[in-house]
Design a protein around this ligand. Structure first.
Ligand code: RB5
Length: 147
């Protein structure tokens, strides 16, 4: 599976570890940065990964910051993105099955590495359930609303 990944400085170390984990499992991982622990702004990386997910350059995206919160807020501003902040196997599975998430967000400060590995593994193995399609379409309708 081709997966896009991005982080800010606070998610850099977890990103590095997850790239190793996913690569070892045979996935192709495209790293959209950041590439060091120097301070950066998480919305910049949320936008890069989101754009590639919408263009379907990758099958889904992983965004990591300190808590995953900022990344999820920013990514969900991009039309077509359903970014889910997940923190265990259950939320990872339901984000795919119920919410058809195309990005998962993880916090390096809140999620230990072993849990993060289980999260990405679970998300990859889960399937979108078609019975939730109407709700997903309603989310897309909200994107068309002009405030
Ligand atoms: C950076 O210090 C931190 O605010 C960021 O990584 C993230 O946790 C924001 O939601």
């Amino acid at each position: 599976m081709k997966i896009g990944i991005g982080s800010d400085h606070a998610g850099f170390n977890l990103k590095k570890s997850l790239i190793g984990f996913l690569t070892e499992k045979g996935h192709e991982v495209v790293d959209y940065g950041t590439f060091s622990v120097d301070r950066v702004d998480y919305p910049d990386y949320a936008l890069i990964v989101s754009k590639h997910v919408v263009k379907q350059d990758v099958e889904f995206g992983i965004l990591i910051c300190g808590t995953g919160i900022g990344m999820s807020i920013a990514a969900n501003k991009v039309r077509g993105i359903r970014a889910a902040l997940v923190y265990d196997e259950l939320t990872a599975r339901l984000a795919k099955e119920h919410n058809h998430a195309n990005i998962i967000c993880i916090g390096e400060r809140t999620t230990p590495l072993e849990e993060a590995k289980l999260i990405v593994d679970t998300f990859i193995k889960a399937h979108r359930e078609s019975r939730h399609e109407t709700r997903i379409e309603k989310i897309a309708e909200i994107e068309k609303v002009k405030n």
